[in-house]
Design a protein around this ligand. Structure first.
Ligand SMILES: Cc1cc2nc3c(=O)[nH]c(=O)nc-3n(C[C@H](O)[C@H](O)[C@H](O)COP(=O)(O)OP(=O)(O)OC[C@H]3O[C@@H](n4cnc5c(N)ncnc54)[C@H](O)[C@@H]3O)c2cc1C
Ligand SMILES: NC(=O)c1ccc[n+]([C@@H]2O[C@H](COP(=O)([O-])OP(=O)(O)OC[C@H]3O[C@@H](n4cnc5c(N)ncnc54)[C@H](OP(=O)(O)O)[C@@H]3O)[C@@H](O)[C@H]2O)c1
Length: 491
């Protein structure tokens, strides 16, 4: 028995109107779905909207076993609210204009080669304007679970999904959402939640959400200020201070370079000194480059520092630093799906997030992880019930056109049924991901040419994937060679 009559349009909820969620709207609409997007912010475009939380709102706490947790006061309050953006005003794209945007929506003419944050935000807002009627702003999804066989409000004990269908008149997924709290109210009111049901869910809630700070013995007793790069907004606020930047990804490189340039320029806003702790060689897209800033760096450790109560920081190359005022951890983020609760089905039985392994984080209870589990071989569909999909979990792929292809494949699959019973689109057979054991982010890293192998394969499985980027009959294929060359050059 179907959850909706054959004449009724199937409903899709997209969680998040960031670049991944926005790009998905078109893909589902063109396949005849009734699409709605719930977005916690009051604007589209996800993290490309700067919100500049002050440095003082980075609150660091430590767990009993000494792990640092960096959160804003609003996050600590537990109220449903948008996650602060990690962007800083000076950021420019590290993905060139010709390969960054959605496939059928290039940047406006004369856009500079590496667009600025403001150009990108404006592009996304203009793109979203055509779908405003589908987006509900200010709604935070707080819970997603299988619809209970008894009628939609219960615990969902496993009678649906692999084992069956929701009761007649109900849709497969029950969703709760609450209005977004925009600031920390005192006293805290209990937000009212609303319950809806959908046939399909697309999770596009973003990966750069929960700050990750590595475990460093003694950090809890260190006398200086600890920040995560999410709170870095401008170099000038570190005037006169000695700063240690940990990490050499795009965030760490940008921050170290901006601080270093102020030193080189002998600006009155310059920090007194800048150190950078580097564990691995830089990737091309995060290389510090010939800016002159390198010369202001005092050291490059081979791994993270460890700290002590005296204020001394010991680097793994044996060097000690006694003069650091601020450590900025540019050490990335955990992915997090706080609305997939362990007490609900199917997440309790087949979790998507498991705590990172002890060698990475010790015994800390981290409410996020560095990879997802129980997904299909494309790490797109949830294997126990492929009527739900996750966009853009992968790393080192050009994100927007990549997630657009993922959404296209999900729309094709679901338009042909798309659950285990109906089998979905012929060709796109849902198989489990081969590696459920390996911990860490590595299983999601694609790079070049991995991302093309992935997307072109996915397109072929849904009957597209020819040689032309967009064929005369509207099918999508491989990127043209000149775009691939640009991609290869930034890998
Ligand atoms: C500093 C920085 C620089 C970057 N530079 C580039 C670049 O140059 N080029 C590039 O292509 N990419 C870049 N990226 C990668 C960036 O992540 C992607 O461009 C893109 O923003 C990812 O889109 P997304 O929709 O997955 O996530 P996001 O942009 O994070 O959007 C997710 C959306 O989901 C909403 N949401 C989350 N949870 C809920 C919920 N429970 N209920 C309702 N709504 C929810 C959020 O409010 C948000 O609007 C950068 C990332 C960072 C951190
Ligand atoms: N447009 C831009 O220019 C721009 C700017 C900033 C961010 N971004 C994007 O934002 C996303 C996040 O970037 P990010 O730089 O914040 O994160 P990232 O790319 O994941 O880099 C994290 C850095 O932290 C280091 N690190 C992690 N754990 C560590 C530990 N225990 N000890 C020491 N070092 C550790 C990593 O070292 P290893 O390499 O050794 O793991 C790496 O250098 C990426 O998608 C990136 O492309 C883009």
């Amino acid at each position: 028995m179907s959850s909706s009559s054959s004449k009724e349009k199937k409903t899709v909820l997209i969680i998040g109107a960031g670049p991944a969620g926005l790009g998905a709207i078109e893909q589902f609409k063109r396949k005849g779905f009734e699409v709605v997007v719930y977005e916690a912010r009051d604007v589209p475009g996800g993290l490309w909207n700067l919100d500049n939380p002050p440095r003082s709102s980075c609150e660091i706490s430590f767990t009993a076993d000494g792990r640092a947790i960096a959160l804003s006061p609003l996050e600590r309050s537990g109220l449903p609210a948008p996650v602060p953006s990690p962007l800083y005003p000076s950021v420019t794209a590290n993905t060139p204009r010709d390969i960054m945007p959605y496939r059928s929506h290039p940047y406006p003419p004369h856009t500079i080669f590496l667009p600025t944050q403001e150009t990108i935000r404006a592009y996304l807002h203009a793109y979203a304007a055509q779908y405003t009627e589908s987006i509900r702003f200010g709604r935070v999804v707080t819970r997603v679970r299988w619809t209970d066989p008894e009628g939609g409000e219960g615990k969902g004990e496993g009678k649906v999904g692999r084992a069956g269908e929701p009761p007649e008149g109900h849709k497969r997924w029950t969703v709760e959402w609450a209005p977004a709290a925009t600031k920390e109210p005192t006293p805290t009111p209990t937000p009212t939640t609303t319950v809806d049901q959908f046939d399909h869910i697309v999770i596009a809630n973003g990966s750069d959400t929960r700050p990750h700070i590595p475990y460093l013995p003694g950090l809890w007793a260190w006398r200086g200020e600890v920040l995560h790069s999410r709170w870095y907004k401008e170099a000038g606020v570190f005037a006169g201070q000695t700063v240690l930047v940990v990490g050499n990804g795009p965030s760490g490189s940008d921050i170290a370079r901006e601080l270093g340039l102020l030193v080189v320029d002998q600006s009155k806003e310059a920090p007194r000194r800048v150190y950078q702790s580097i564990r691995s060689p830089p990737r091309t897209d995060s290389a510090t480059g010939a800016t002159g800033a390198q010369s202001s760096k005092e050291s490059a450790a081979t791994q993270s520092p460890s700290t002590s109560q005296t204020g001394r920081i010991t680097l793994t190359n044996g060097q000690t630093l006694d003069d650091v005022d601020v450590i900025i951890f540019a050490t990335s983020y955990y992915m997090r799906f706080e609305f997939l609760r362990g007490e609900d089905m199917p997440w309790g039985r087949w979790p998507v997030i498991k705590p990172p392994p002890p060698e990475l984080v010790g015994s800390i209870e981290v409410d996020g992880g560095s990879r997802a589990y129980n997904l299909d071989e494309h790490q797109l569909f949830y294997y126990p019930d492929p009527s739900i999909a996750f966009l853009l979990l992968h790393a080192e792929a050009i994100p927007w056109p990549f997630s657009e292809v993922q959404a296209r494949a999900a729309a094709y699959h679901w338009s042909a049924g798309g659950d285990l019973e109906s089998g979905g689109h012929p060709g796109l057979e849902i198989k489990p991901f081969a590696d459920e054991e390996t911990d860490g982010h590595g299983v999601l890293v694609l790079g070049h040419p991995g991302e093309f192998i992935y997307t072109e394969n996915l397109l072929r499985l849904i009957g597209e994937g020819g040689e032309e980027e967009v064929s005369a009959d509207g099918k999508w294929g491989a990127w043209p060679g000149w775009k691939k060359e640009i991609r290869a050059a930034i890998d």
